[in-house]
Every structure is written in C-alpha cells, then in structure tokens.
Design a protein around this ligand. Sequence first.
Ligand code: PGA
Length: 250
Amino acid sequence: MSRKPMMAGNWKMYKTPAETHAFFEAFKPLVADATHCEIVICPPFPNLQVAVQEARGSSIGIGAQNLYWGKEGAVTGEVSGHMLQAAGCRFVIVAHSERRQYFGETEPDVVRKTQAALEYGLTPIVCLGERLEEREGNRTEEVLGAQFDGGLAPLTPAQFAKIVIAYEPVWAIGTGKTATPKMAADAHRFIREKVAAKFGAAAAAAVRILYGGSVKPDNVKNLMAEEQIDGALVGGASLDPASFAAVVKY
Ligand code: PGA
C-alpha cells in the first residue's frame, strides 16, 4: 500500500502574525509544484487565521498545536476543536512531548483530545516517543507500547483510520541529535506491529507514521529512504521558508 508522505511544520512558540505573513509570501512559491507530499504548517493560535488566509488556494494545510476537548465552556486559556475547525484548521498536533513534559498530558488526555479533534473534522497528529534515559535503559519499546496502549488502542477502528502518528524520540527534539534512519525505522516498525495487533494488518499498512526530532534539509533524504517513514514533523527547520521548502522537496 502506498502512503502519501506528510511534511508537517511545528512552529511551537515562534512568530507573530506579521512574521507568519512574511513566511507564507516566501514559502508558497517555493513549494508551488510539490504534489508528492501533503504539507502542513502548525503556527501558534493567534496566527491561525492569518495562516489559513495565506494558505488559501495552495495545497498547504493549517494545523494547531494543541486543543481541549468539548465544544465550549468555562475552561480558561483553552481552545476547542470546534473553534479550530471554525478558524479553518484541518489538523492538530496532540500530545507533543513538550505538552507531556511541561503540562503533564497523560494517555487519557491523548484519547480525549484525539477524539475531540476527530469530532470536529480535524486530523490529529498524535505524538509518542521515549526519553533519553528510557532509550539508554533499553526501555524504548516498553514506553512506546504503553503510550500506544493507553493513548491509541482505546480508539475505535474508524477513529484510528483517520489519525496520523508522529514518532518523536524526546532526546532528538531541538537537540540536533537525529535518530539514525535505522533507529527511527525500527521504532516505526514496532509501532506498526502494535497497530496490526490491535486494529489489523490493513490499518497497519495504511497508517502514516511521521518521524520527528531535528529533521533538517541535510538529513531528511536518508530518513525518507526508509520504507517505514512516511514523513516528518519538523520544529526548528520549519521556521525558515527556504529550509522547510528543502525538507518538503527532499
Ligand atoms: P525539532 O522539533 O525539529 O526542532 O527537533 C521537532 C518537534 O518537536 O516536533
């Protein structure tokens, strides 16, 4: 089965609306002929509407970096899937390791957020990955297995069919240390085996698993040469139009 690659930029807490406008002015012409992959950009909340307007008429999809479950309510500081959908978003990152680490997001949150995204027609990009001490302690598969069992296995098969997974080893995020293509491919294979055991072989063959963690123009080609790797979730290298365009056009 062929899976269409996805290159998703996670801007984290960077850029103002004016900087978002400038990014798109430079980025759009660079990727105008890129049809081999799906391109997604996830800016901070205040830039979403500018990004949606800028991306109109292009093949670039816009996503948010987080959401809260429910449609609306007395939940100060949170943003719902309903609001993201109304703002023109089509994607949302769920359970990025920075959310897990700094804001205590847990596997039950992953389930609630993923289901809330789907309820409002957003494609969730659900992140999982091990920390350095877990990899060094030979616990990578145990950790990925527990994250899968707690966060993804509770989904229905119909829900699971609509998600994208991002494997992001925490030790590779923003550190300049990329997992080798083989390390990433091994983790993806393990996750795909978990998917096959829970949702069946067809679901495992269909689900896209992105790699994230210091993906740059100079390492993306080798990562994408792995059959297991269906794209990338890119932080730092997605902030500059030329560098993200080079990643997209690996
Ligand atoms: P990085 O971030 O590319 O800057 O390592 C990746 C991510 O956190 O999604």
